[in-house]
Design a binder for this molecule. Sequence first.
Ligand code: ADP
Ligand code: MG
Length: 288
Amino acid sequence: MVITTEHLTYTYSPGTPFEKVAVRDVSLTIESGEMVGVIGHTGSGKSTLIQHFNGLLKPTSGRILLNGKDIWGEGMNIRDVRFNVGLVFQYPEYQLFEETVYKDIAFGPHNMGLDDKEIDKRVHEAAEFAGLSADLLEKSPFELSGGQKRRAAIAGVIAMEPKILILDEPAAGLDPRGRNKILNQIRDYHTHTGNTVLLVSHSMEDVANFADKILVMNNAEIFAYDTVENVFARSEELKKIRLAVPQITNVFHRLLDDGLPVPENVYTVPYAKKKLLQLLAEKENAHA
Ligand SMILES: Nc1ncnc2c1ncn2[C@@H]1O[C@H](COP(=O)(O)OP(=O)(O)O)[C@@H](O)[C@H]1O
Ligand SMILES: [Mg+2]
């Protein structure tokens, strides 16, 4: 399933003193199966943009297309759009409201009109994808830890088996272990299902580790939308808008400046380690 936006613009409170253009003239295509990181400062328009992808917000002007069809066009049903494009809000745990975790995860599939057997299968699969052990399903959501609540809320969206899964800052507010756990689970979900995943984050490190492509939003507009490599190659421009490339990339740029033969495109610590070990091995061989 392909998402396209054409000159998408969204204005909050138009015609009032509070008028605010939150998304301006955004045109982009997200291909089926991609893992896209959406990054930008607070207030840059990330949440506003992604809420258009499942029809939660309607463009002030411009269009949003799913597989080439305008989602607000004639004959389109916004309910179907919502089943195909799953959106996990920022701090989704505040939306848990059922007596049990099971019922919360089952809520979406139930609304889709699926039968109990199918719902049961989906609840268990989604819980597993989200890293929630089965013995938690009969608990009240309020008995769970913060990280577990977050995973329960994510499972509730995954259980609808959306072709496109969008997560708005899924790791926000969690400790480093909780962050890594959730981000790894999202990556595994993407690998297993091959579904499109959009991950909103304001951490370049997270995005570098998880995404194929990066969409950089700045002041309501697209600043860049390209492969991780091509975006981080623009590190000087990114610095100008106060978006830092990952620290490890900076370290490697310094090494390059110092004349060491290291690659320019290093964004993750494991890759950095591999390259440094290679370099050391080459040096040793040269001395041998
Ligand atoms: N409900 C709203 N009413 C008015 N302005 C809003 C509303 N939500 C967001 N905004 C404004 O729109 C801009 C973009 O916000 P948002 O999409 O939430 O950005 P981000 O997710 O990147 O932090 C900000 O200036 C924000 O203050
Ligand atoms: Mg936001």
